[in-house]
Structure formats: structure tokens, C-alpha cells
Design a protein around this ligand. Structure first.
Ligand code: FES
Length: 209
């Protein structure tokens, strides 16, 4: 077994989807053409992870069984993508991107803030299980670098100060507005839009007295 698979001591003996998730799993599988059901492996792994917080060996075996594929086919997928957690993680999963765009835009400062607030290094979970810190390679929001992801939400255009403020608030249990933390709209230039500035004719006509 790969060293990336989890410690046998934390492995539950069995896994089963809840009734609601079992129905959701069947709906996911039904989206794929006959004979291609194995393509449902990624959404099923995601569903299992959302149910348990991480992907146990038993959960992967269960998904393999549902799809009628050898377990190794599921392990191959689960160990390839960093989105799957192969061991238990903290309540908050903080993933900081250190790939090229984020690095050039001061990702090390975001890493510094995360280490300070969470008190752990990459790959570690706090002793109180409140948070896990992970290093990831591109979160797909390079135009708003540097970026970190907490749970399903992206926090963009970070600095040391804003990253620290976001993480401190999340650790207190406060809600934080996700997206750009510099106030810019989406991924438009920092100084405001440079194209498509005139209003569409129909909208402009409405404003004409
Ligand atoms: S390099 Fe960080 S989001 Fe792409």
C-alpha cells in the first residue's frame, strides 16, 4: 500500500453512505452512460468525503464496490488529487497556494500568516482539531493571487494582514466574506474595468430621459 494511504490505526472497519447520500450517489451514477458508471468515481469520493470529513480506506472500497471496479482503480484517483483527504483533518481545512502566480504575489506572506494563526506547519492538524494547514499547487484563481481556500471558499488578493484577519475570524467562528479581500470586483484590473465600460445600448436607453 502506498505511503500516501493513511495509518491503519485510524481506519474505520466499514463505511456506508447515509440514506440521503445513498440516494444522491445513485443519482450521480445515473448521469453516466451505460457501461461508463466508473466515471462517477470522483463525485462519489467527494460525497463520501463530505459525509465523513475524510476518505477512509473503507469508504474507497465502498465506492469501488458500488462502481464494480477493483479498489486499486479508486485508490489511484484518491491518491492523485490533493482535494481528497486520506486522513482525518481539522474542522477548518486551510489550503494555501504556493504555485508560481501566488508565489510572485507574496504567497510566503500568506503562509506566514497561516502558520502564526493556526500554530501548525504544512501537513499538520492542530491538537484541538480546529484546523489543518495544507500546501496546494494552484487553486485555479491565479488572476486573484495570492489565494487560499478554506472549506469550499476561496479568499483572494491576500496580504499578510488580510490573510491573518480572515483566519482569526474563521477560527473564532465568525462568518467572513469570501472572494477578493482587496475590494476589487471579481478578477477585473485592480484599478477598475478597462474594457466593456460603456453600458449596453438597451440599458443606456432606459436611463435616457
Ligand atoms: S498559482 Fe495560485 S491560484 Fe493559481
Amino acid at each position: 500500500m502506498s505511503e500516501h494511504l493513511p495509518d491503519a490505526l485510524v481506519q474505520p472497519a466499514r463505511f456506508a453512505f447515509t440514506e440521503a447520500n445513498q440516494a444522491a450517489a445513485q443519482q450521480i451514477i445515473a448521469k453516466y452512460p451505460a457501461g461508463r458508471q466508473r466515471s462517477a468515481v470522483m463525485p462519489l469520493l467527494d460525497l463520501a468525503q463530505r459525509q465523513e470529513g475524510w476518505l477512509s480506506r473503507a469508504a474507497m472500497d465502498h465506492v469501488a464496490d458500488m462502481l464494480g471496479v477493483p479498489p486499486i482503480k479508486v485508490y489511484e484517483v484518491a491518491t492523485f488529487y490533493t482535494m481528497y483527504n486520506l486522513k482525518p483533518i481539522g474542522k477548518l481545512h486551510v489550503q494555501v497556494c504556493t504555485n508560481i502566480s501566488c508565489w510572485l504575489r507574496a504567497a510566503p506572506e500568506v503562509v506566514r500568516a497561516a502558520r502564526e494563526v493556526l500554530g501548525v506547519e504544512f501537513g499538520q492538524t492542530r491538537a484541538d482539531a480546529k484546523a489543518t494547514l495544507s500546501e496546494v499547487e494552484c487553486l485555479g484563481a491565479c488572476a486573484n493571487a495570492p489565494v487560499m481556500q478554506v472549506g469550499d471558499d476561496l479568499y483572494e488578493d491576500l496580504t499578510y494582514d488580510t490573510a491573518k484577519a480572515v483566519l482569526e475570524a474563521l477560527m473564532r467562528g465568525d462568518k467572513v466574506k469570501f472572494g477578493s479581500q482587496s475590494g476589487r470586483q471579481g478578477a477585473c484590473p485592480a484599478g477598475g474595468p478597462t474594457t466593456l465600460k460603456p453600458k449596453p445600448p438597451a440599458e443606456a436607453a432606459k436611463e435616457t430621459p
